[in-house]
Design a protein around this ligand. Structure first.
Ligand code: ADP
Length: 388
């Protein structure tokens, strides 16, 4: 062998050794990454399942295996629907509507919350509430889906305990409150003897305070009913004009006390499909707010117009408005803006929260525009065709 070819052979050998070393290093790196990902999957409290396009399980982590009452070895290659069925409340979700199937078929990511009321039922029949997040993943040209889910039994229990506490406490408060209002009314009406002005004023304060407390309790009860899914809509056909007229009649005394100008613009033939109680609460709460947060001799306008498959109602006032830095919290439970608290000390900060939940329950939207010191406009929508 010539010196030149000997040198070439050494160089080649070196190059090959280097390549082998690089390959080994790469393999170690990959192994390290694989171990790392596997230990993350194993340590996750959430269940994780990877499903192939043909619906077979590619992998699942120990948490998923535990929650689904299976062993990873038994589950792999099985059809996902042999492992679990999906429920929304009491109703089984059709196969094509399940989050995993939608992710596989439509390649969309889906995230559900505790309020979406999803349940998994295992092959052995155990049913438990879950929140689910699914996402499409492409691996070697295969369109798979990754499912991450959490057993939310504890959260559901807490939520139920909270709403049943609110509901029981509210009912317990109502009975004595009714007596207080009743006796205060008898006193102010002088049914049990003549009162001097101061006594009458005090009795009136007791009556008004008890009435406000009663309203707050009713609002709390409605919020707890809607949040626990116990409030069921009964949509009926409603002629809007007389419906709103009724509500303004109920508020006529407050409007007159403040000498407010009202302008109600609703077409004679305007009709909506809505639950009477819910629509009454929404309009009455928004109108009461306009009245309460508008100065004497102020203006309130209410209008409803149908367009693009929905009715948009707007309630405008030229009252105190909402400060810019507090607008983001206005629908939060118990939140009251600073200017509202100093102008109207009594208030619960619950009304708008309830209004928003009602509007969203019937599939509508709610929003507002407001300028501090100038006034506010609240808008909400009622879809023309909403589920009956
Ligand atoms: P409450 O009126 O009992 O405080 P709401 O939930 O009805 O509770 O309203 C929450 C807050 O939103 C009010 O405290 C007030 O700060 C603001 N707000 C609502 N409506 C109006 C309005 N028309 N004008 C000005 N501020 C309003």
């Amino acid at each position: 062998m010539s010196t030149e070819s000997a040198t070439n052979a050494v160089t080649l050998r070196k190059a090959m050794l280097n390549l082998l070393e690089d390959a080994r290093e790469l393999e170690l790196k990959l192994q390290y990454e694989r171990d790392r990902i596997e230990s993350i999957f194993s340590a996750m409290a959430e269940g994780l399942v990877v499903v192939a396009a043909d619906h077979s399980v590619i992998m699942l982590n120990p948490a998923a295996a535990h929650m689904l009452g299976t062993k990873a070895g038994d589950a792999v290659n099985k059809d996902i629907k042999d492992l679990l069925s999906v429920f929304k409340g009491d109703d089984e979700v059709e196969e094509r509507d399940r989050p995993t199937m939608r992710t596989l078929n439509e390649r969309v990511s889906i995230t559900t919350t505790i309020d979406d009321d999803f349940y998994f039922k295992t092959a052995s029949g155990r049913k438990f509430p879950v929140t689910i997040a699914t996402s499409p993943v492409i691996e070697n040209d295969n369109h798979n889906a990754i499912i991450i889910f959490r057993d939310v039994t504890r959260e559901k229990e807490l939520e139920n305990a909270k709403s049943s506490f609110i509901s029981t406490a509210s009912h317990q408060l109502r009975t004595p409150l009714t007596s207080i209002r009743w006796y205060a009314e008898m006193l102010t009406d002088e049914d049990v003897g003549v009162l001097n002005k101061e006594q009458r004023d005090f009795a009136r304060e007791v009556y008004d305070g008890a009435t406000r407390l009663n309203d707050t309790i009713n609002t709390l009860l409605s919020i707890s009913r809607i949040e626990s899914g116990k409030l069921h809509e009964e949509p009926v056909d409603i002629a809007l004009k007389p419906f709103v007229k009724n509500i303004t009649d109920e508020l006529a005394l407050l409007i007159a006390q403040k000498k407010l100008f009202t302008d109600i613009r609703i077409g004679d033939d305007a009709r909506v499909t809505a639950d009477t109680f819910m629509l009454h609460e929404v309009i009455s709460n928004l109108l009461s707010n306009s009245i309460r947060y508008t100065n004497e001799d102020g203006h309130i306008a209410f209008s409803c117009d149908a367009h693009d498959g929905e009715t948009v109602c707007s309630i405008a006032d030229d009252g105190i408005g909402i400060p810019d830095d507090q607008k983001g919290k206005i629908f939060d439970r118990f939140f009251r803006a600073g200017n509202a608290m100093s102008k109207v000390p009594d208030g619960s900060g619950l009304g708008l929260n309830l209004v928003k939940q009602f509007v969203e329950k019937w599939g509508g939207r709610i929003w507002f525009e407001s300028t501090e010191g100038k006034g506010s406009v609240f808008h909400f929508t009622i879809p023309a065709t909403h589920k009956m």
